[in-house]
Design a protein around this ligand. Structure first.
Ligand code: NAP
Length: 295
């Protein structure tokens, strides 16, 4: 048996086509263009490329996007002032502050300063709280992308044993919570593993759906999963550099040893990654519609 590949590239493409039509309709019927601002502090190369990709995608979909690039020594007060300016800018519906921020800036204070109605990353406590309660809100982009991937790939989560490896605020905790929700795409029995888990492989071996977001290259091997498992590999690890200078990436799952056992798996790259940016665009469109009172 060789696993079905769950392509994030294909799924993201389909969603982006839907969003392009929706954005065009919004402009035509309501004269409204969704607006996104990305705020980057410092010159981290990975962050620079993520922000560039977000702006490029926004542009391709017809979303207005602005990029603010600030020096690494920008003070927290200055950054908060910029966030506040965009909170009050009616042409901007989504504000994204690229993480990580330089150490002298308190990340939580900055994220909490974003108007929850413009929090298209879904990190503000108001949105996190609503997500927990199962209320409509902006879902964090990577977990949101995983939900879409599972649903659009026809993978049933109801009653499934879902094991999540990783408990970060941006991936592990929210995806575990979403899988637990009492609605379509949820209804799973969820176990969350982390570095203090006593016997992690006891759990990974009984997973029907295994979601791995640990940031450790190829940590999950074929003998640590059961036959027929569905694997969502969130990890993006740089394991080398090609002659072209391009980074060689690997997931948190050892693809070669699991592919013969799994029923379906997301590749790295080309799995969860493309979905994350797409969900940011979806949230920005939703923010624009909500701001204008359009259902
Ligand atoms: P993070 O904040 O570093 O959290 C990693 C989590 O994994 C922690 O909860 C940690 O446990 C757990 N962990 C680490 N090593 C482990 C081990 N050996 N056994 C069990 N648990 C272990 O990472 P993150 O931000 O969630 O990101 C995780 C990975 O996903 C990274 O590779 C990141 O690049 C990738 N990612 C990809 C996307 C995308 O769009 N594709 C988006 C976000 C993140 P403790 O809590 O006990 O320390």
């Amino acid at each position: 048996m060789s696993a079905r590949i769950i392509s994030g590239i294909e799924t993201a493409k389909a969603i982006r086509e839907e969003l392009t039509v929706e954005v065009a309709n919004l402009k035509q019927k309501h004269g409204l263009t969704p607006g996104l601002v990305t705020i980057l502090v410092g010159q981290d190369p990975a962050s620079e490329s993520y922000v560039a990709a977000k702006n490029k995608t926004a542009h391709a979909l017809g979303i207005h996007s602005e990029q603010v690039t600030l020096a690494a020594d920008t003070s927290e007060a200055e950054l908060l002032k910029i966030v506040d300016t965009y909170n009050r800018n009616p042409a901007i519906h989504g504000i994204l502050v690229q993480l990580p921020l330089p150490r002298h800036i308190n990340e939580a204070r900055v994220l909490f300063a974003i108007d929850p109605a413009k929090d298209v990353d879904g990190f503000h406590p108001v949105n996190v709280g609503k997500m927990m309660l199962g209320e409509p809100c902006f879902l964090p982009c990577t977990p949101h992308g995983i939900l879409e991937l599972l649903q659009r790939s026809g993978i049933e989560t109801s009653g499934a044993e879902v094991v999540v490896v990783g408990r970060s605020n941006i991936v592990g905790k929210p995806i575990a919570n979403l899988m637990l929700q009492k609605r379509a795409g949820g209804n799973a029995t969820v176990t969350v593993c982390h570095t203090r888990s006593r016997d992690m492989h006891f759990h990974t071996r009984r997973a029907d759906i295994l979601i791995v977001a640990a940031g450790v290259a190829k940590m999950i091997k074929g003998d640590q999963v059961k036959d027929g498992v569905v694997i969502i590999d969130v990890g993006v690890n740089r394991i080398g550099q090609a002659a072209s200078g391009k980074a060689i990436l690997a997931g948190d799952v050892d693809f070669d040893t699991v592919v013969g056992k799994a029923a379906a798996i997301t590749p790295v790259p080309g799995g969860v990654g493309p979905m994350t940016i797409t969900m940011l665009m979806k949230n920005t469109l939703q923010a624009a519609k909500q701001a204008a009172g359009i259902d």
